[in-house]
Design a protein. Structure first.
Length: 246
């Protein structure tokens, strides 16, 4: 937490007011992305394989291969998304500095428009514009935040995102696969996996909905049903292919 935020929190506490915010929202988002796919995709794959083969060894090998490939792919996706966010920010930052240098009057007019939207009087608007425009860095920072809605990203965001998403995918993927390590029959493993995974999907959906402000019960049920439908479709398709082959 920055010093400014700490002072704001202290001021709110002194006035008996506490604001509730979700800190580490980006990390939570990464975990949600990784876990949702990690729970669903390997579960559907294992269900499909269980409908076609009885050997749990083959299901485990295929499941582990999918988890490895999926975590790498998801991690790379998170890295590229984080890198794009950082690159976009600094591209816009460069453009704002150029505009402050080349067309300062236009940029000042944009400041006036912003301060006007806050309900400030014309005199106060002019005074605020003069104060802000004296410091070029603060000027650009204000334009980035309130004109473009861009916050300065963490330069390590891409690597953190890749790690968080990839690890979450692995953890999520091992949950539906774990029962197959302890049984010898694919259908038996699927029954146990279905119970464990659907319960985990329900809990995950509940927590995800709490974080995102959605009704937690409906969100939990929706996430659980998506996983169940995906696994059911995979199992049914595998059964049809198996019978068609023979």
């Amino acid at each position: 937490m920055s010093p400014d935020n700490a002072e704001l929190q202290a001021a709110h506490a002194a006035n008996g007011h506490t604001e509730e915010h979700v800190f580490g929202a980006e990390t939570v988002r990464d975990i949600v992305i990784g876990m949702s796919d990690g729970l669903t995709v390997p579960f559907a794959l294992a269900a499909g394989l269980s409908g076609a083969i009885s050997s749990t060894n083959l299901i485990i090998i295929a499941g582990l291969a999918e988890i490895a490939a999926g975590s790498i792919a998801m991690g790379l996706g998170g890295y590229l998304a984080g890198k794009t966010e950082v690159d976009h920010y600094y591209s816009e930052l460069k453009r704002e500095y150029e505009e402050v240098e080349t067309v300062p009057e236009i940029e000042k007019q944009e400041l006036i428009t912003f301060f006007s939207s806050l309900g400030l009087s014309s005199d106060v608007q002019q005074q605020a514009v003069e104060e802000v425009s004296r410091d070029k860095d603060k000027w650009v920072e204000l334009m980035m935040k309130y004109e473009l809605g861009l916050e300065k990203p963490d330069p390590k965001r891409a690597r953190k995102s890749a790690f968080n998403i990839g690890l979450s995918y692995i953890v999520g993927g091992l949950i539906p696969l774990s029962p197959y390590f302890f049984v010898s029959n694919g259908i038996e493993g699927l029954k146990i996996s279905a119970i464990i995974t659907l319960v985990c999907l329900f809990i995950f959906g509940y927590l995800k909905s709490k974080f995102t402000g959605v009704n937690p019960w409906s969100g939990a049920f929706r996430v659980m049903m998506i996983g169940a439908i995906a696994a059911g479709c995979a199992f049914g398709i595998a059964r049809l292919i198996e019978h068609g082959h023979y």
